[in-house]
Write a protein that binds this ligand. Structure first.
Ligand SMILES: Nc1nc2[nH]cnc2c(=O)[nH]1
Ligand SMILES: [Zn+2]
Length: 475
């Protein structure tokens, strides 16, 4: 396995930088230089700067010599740097199934498409093909960090960790734990077995990345219907010993919620089942949360658990619409997830787009548009600035990385993407700009309008370069 090297050179990036430091607001830093040291950490941000000024003043201040600095300059006005996207919920093992879900809903989708695909990745050659393509594709879409579910197979899960490490994607790697609900050929034989397997993955990752700086294990009970009470208790004990993060699903689909009530008759609610088993805490990332009750959302907030909002999946599998504004107003930290292959798109830009669109179908705190006042309808809607926050800094908070990634600030790591919105017609011959992706910029748009166009019509063709910890990982 090739080591995930840092570049070994200091770097300067010059141009426009855009990020969301707080919910609902984008900050634009034009004509700016961002200096990144050889470890991939931002060490200076200089406004009113160009290449010449950077060389003349910044290098001296930082003690850098000319021959040890690589410079990347945005090539024209419609290129800008943006923080790397953070996918807080994605099943790498389901990647071959993206788009293949027919009219199924969660429980039949799991049986028909998902469990057979995941089980088939015990073939390491197949796992390598699938995981390599998944990482390549998500990097190409600007995802610098992903919280992955792999499968129950330890060797294949460890391979996903190896590949993330060597391809340079920041990742959380979850060996899936499930001792019921799945087909016989795809189950943990006991909670003991699941604990040993999870520990084996933790130890493997410790060997390749001892401080979990790029790749970290994450404890992964699939969801309550697939885990016995003993399994949840044992995983909770493991989490308390290791202090590792955890991820699972909650309240995605009506039949799933009914199943939880049947399987855990003493549980007051779905969230209560996780809480009474000791896994509802600040390290837990809950995917979906579509149908949480008021009491459950209050409990999630009180325990400081996080939520991965997966709008693409929630629409594809007819699960419903999560009430993101309502969750945020309770103080819950929310990020975005593709949830491939419940979701069909590998792109967090797409998740951001869909987060705005599905929020239009809600009133606050929940219900049908037709019986809400205009004010209530407008309140539930998420803005472009808000969904870009969820895609970056919100995701960083969900993964416990808000001090490292998600915005451009001194001390943060250079996890970033260079976005190119194309050229305005005046600059370039018609037949040239026509091939630049799916966006047409005319030149009169404000920056906010340019960003809105990117969110609604942009795609990986606009993502020119991607870096993680200063290392160029996609071009
Ligand atoms: N969307 C989704 N929901 C789940 N609930 C349990 N497993 C899964 C899964 O793989 N995908
Ligand atoms: Zn999922």
């Amino acid at each position: 396995m090739a080591p995930s090297s840092t570049p070994g050179k200091n770097q300067v990036f010059i141009g426009t930088f855009i990020h969301a430091k707080c919910l609902g607001e984008l900050e634009y830093l034009h004509n700016t230089a961002v200096c990144v040291d050889a470890s991939g950490t931002i060490v200076a941000i200089e406004p009113n700067c160009n290449q010449q000024k950077a060389v003349e003043t910044l290098y001296a201040r930082l003690g850098w010599s000319l021959d040890n600095v690589a410079i990347t300059v945005a090539r024209h006005e419609l290129q800008f740097f943006f923080p790397g996207f953070i996918d807080t919920h994605v099943h790498a093992s389901q990647y071959p199934n993206v788009g293949v879900f027919g009219k199924s809903t969660l429980l039949d989708w799991l049986n028909k498409y998902t469990f057979p695909m995941e089980a088939s990745l015990s073939s390491l050659s197949k796992a390598r093909r699938v995981y390599t393509r998944c990482i390549r594709r998500t990097l190409a879409n600007g995802t610098t960090t992903a919280a992955y579910y792999a499968t129950i197979d330890v060797k294949a899960t460890n391979l996903l960790a190896d590949l993330c490490y060597s391809m340079g994607q920041r990742a959380f790697i979850g060996r899936v734990c499930m001792d019921r609900l799945g087909p016989e050929y795809y189950l943990d034989e006991s909670p003991d077995h699941a604990i040993a397997a999870t520990r084996a993955t933790v130890e493997h990752i410790r060997r390749i990345d001892s401080n979990f700086e790029l790749v970290s294990p994450i404890i992964t009970p699939r969801f309550a219907p697939a885990c016995s009470s003993e399994m949840l208790t044992r995983l909770s004990e493991l989490q308390k010993q290791t202090q590792l993060p955890m991820q699972t699903h909650i309240s995605e689909n009506d039949n799933e919620i009914k199943l939880v009530a049947e399987l855990f008759p003493d549980g007051k609610s779905y969230a209560d089942v996780y809480d009474t088993h000791g896994i509802l805490n600040e390290k837990m990332i809950l995917a979906h949360a579509v149908h949480l009750t008021e009491e459950e959302a209050d409990l999630v907030a009180e325990r400081k658990a996080k939520i991965a909002h997966c709008p693409c999946s929630n629409s594809a599998l007819t699960s419903g619409v999560a009430r993101v504004r309502w969750l945020l107003e309770k103080g819950i930290q929310v990020g975005l997830g593709t949830d491939m292959s419940g979701g069909y798109s590998p792109s967090i830009l797409d998740a951001a787009r869909q987060a705005t669109i599905v929020s239009n179908h809600l009133i606050a705190p929940g219900g049908q548009l037709s019986c809400a006042s205009q004010e209530e309808r407008d309140k539930a809607k998420l803005s472009i600035e808000e969904v870009l926050y969820l895609a970056t800094k919100g995701g960083a908070q969900v993964l416990g990385l808000a001090d490292k990634i998600g915005t451009f600030e001194v001390g943060m790591q250079w996890d970033a993407q260079l976005i190119d919105l194309g050229r305005v017609p005046d600059d370039v011959a018609e037949d040239d700009y026509a091939i630049h992706g799916n966006l047409d910029i005319f030149g009169w748009e404000t920056w906010d309008e340019r960003i809105a166009k990117w969110v609604f019509n942009g795609d990986d063709r606009n993502t020119k370069k991607v870096w993680v910890r200063g290392r160029l990982v996609h071009e």
